[in-house]
Design a protein around this ligand. Structure first.
Ligand code: FHN
Length: 430
């Protein structure tokens, strides 16, 4: 049952959006934080991808399951092993600073206690408890920020009409009131921003389903900034940021890259975030065991930092509420690395080298950290952007590194780098 209540706020054109002081502070925090956990969890996890690689949270669309059949899934969703405290401790141990969780994915099912529709985890899942509420409580306890993913695209709501590129096999009537859908979405966002205290951010997805639809973005963005001025608003529309947004995101590619075809866009001025899966799936896929190595994921995190971007690394929890053990193990290893090398990542901004095949550099206070991920030559030129190097040494061991001053930078003579080093870091102090 879907009710319709909508708490309208005055609409200000987002062209004139001036972020609040608390929002600017949150942007700094975000850029310092560098590393977060993305969680794709919903009733689709019960199907584990249905035996096909590459299908998980998209199973409703890809298998053309009509709404009235898909609606049976919540009754199978009973994650009795979900332990919010365990999840958040794992996140902390991984060295992550925030979690972004699907509050509603494209299937339209709310993983929180929504009042406007009973198509939610409390009212319809066998589990019957507020997943988001439990997670938020634990995040607050353990000092982790919680962001909400919210899909603007909806394969379940009858008023998501006219339809876009997807959601056309759901058996919904070929009619609907688009404005009623936008009101519904704004009400759900209001719920998310009033029921759970301070929210780290709203992570939109799905606008790409129909770019030219009348999304009433000014209204939605104004509502979010009004309800929680500090909350960071971003949208995975795969284009340059739209006025009113607070950060820019990239999917499965670092800023500036486009191997997936999603990121046909430039890099704007806002804080950046790249999201990536630990195997090939966002939601839980029982067959997808193509897990990326810890080394590859650390390299991605370091390269992201070198490009001024956060890494939002995804896990798709299992239907019983546990995180896939392979992911737990990798996150533990990443956390161990971050404990040792985090100084060269957290709180840094991109260094003067730009992204190179051999690696990247990061910068904090009077130090430049040169991250050598894939050494090629025994000497390495680092432009110094007007700074004079006083000392050069290997991070950790303190071993002196020989350097020669050049007109605009320094030439480093690299020592023999042992094979098993994930990231050989040279510190340049000035
Ligand atoms: O369709 C979604 C997908 O399921 C997943 O949520 C990713 C995460 O970035 N975003 C969409 C595709 O762009």
């Amino acid at each position: 049952m879907i009710l319709s209540i909508y708490y309208a706020v005055p609409v200000f054109s987002q062209e004139d959006y001036v972020p609040s002081a608390s929002n600017l502070e949150a942007r700094e925090w975000f850029q310092d934080a560098k590393f977060g956990l993305f969680v794709h969890w919903g009733v689709y996890s019960v199907m584990g991808g249905g035996g096909d690689m590459g299908i998980a949270e998209w199973i409703m669309e890809r298998k053309q399951i009509p709404v009235d059949q898909y609606e049976k899934l919540p009754d199978f969703f009973n994650p009795v092993a979900f332990d919010a405290a365990e999840w958040v401790s794992m996140v902390k141990e991984a060295g992550m600073k925030y979690i972004t969780i699907t509050s509603k994915h494209h299937d339209g099912f709310a993983m929180y206690d929504s009042k406007i529709s009973d198509y939610n985890v409390v009212d319809q899942a066998r589990y019957g408890k507020d997943i988001i509420g439990k997670l938020k409580e634990e995040c607050d306890k353990q000092g982790i920020k919680l962001f909400f993913y919210y899909s603007q695209l909806d394969w379940h709501h009858p008023d998501y009409y006219p339809r876009g590129r997807t959601g056309n096999f759901t058996g919904r009537p070929e009619s609907g009131d688009w404005d009623a859908y936008i009101d519904y979405m704004n009400t759900q966002l209001t719920e998310l921003l009033t029921q759970y205290g301070d929210v780290g951010g709203i992570w939109f997805d799905g606008m790409w389903d129909q770019w030219d639809a009348p999304w009433r973005l000014d209204e939605t963005y104004a509502l979010i900034h009004e309800l929680q001025p500090q909350t960071l608003l971003g949208s995975n529309h795969h284009k340059m940021p739209i006025p009113g947004e607070d950060f820019q995101m990239f999917e499965k590619d670092l800023p500036g890259q486009n191997s997936m075809g999603f990121n046909q866009t430039g890099i704007g001025e806002l804080p950046l975030e790249t999201c990536e899966t630990m195997n090939g799936s966002w939601g839980y896929n029982i067959k997808d065991t193509k897990f990326k190595s810890t080394e590859d994921l650390i390299h991605m995190l370091v390269r992201a930092a070198g490009l001024n971007s956060n890494l939002l690394l995804n896990t798709g929890p299992m239907p019983d509420g546990r995180i896939q053990p392979e992911n737990v193990a990798t996150l533990k290893e990443m956390g161990k690395w971050m404990k040792q090398y985090g100084e060269a990542i957290y709180g840094t901004r991109s260094g003067p080298t730009g992204a190179k095949k051999w690696g990247v550099s990061t910068w904090k206070d009077n130090k430049i950290y040169v991250h050598i991920l894939d050494a090629e030559d025994p000497v390495l030129y680092v432009p110094m952007a007007g700074q004079k190097v006083a000392k050069a040494y290997a991070y950790g061991s303190g071993e002196k590194i020989t350097f020669k001053k050049q007109s605009e930078g320094v030439l480093l003579t690299l020592p023999e780098i042992p094979e098993n080093i994930i990231d050989y870091i040279i510190v340049l102090e000035f």
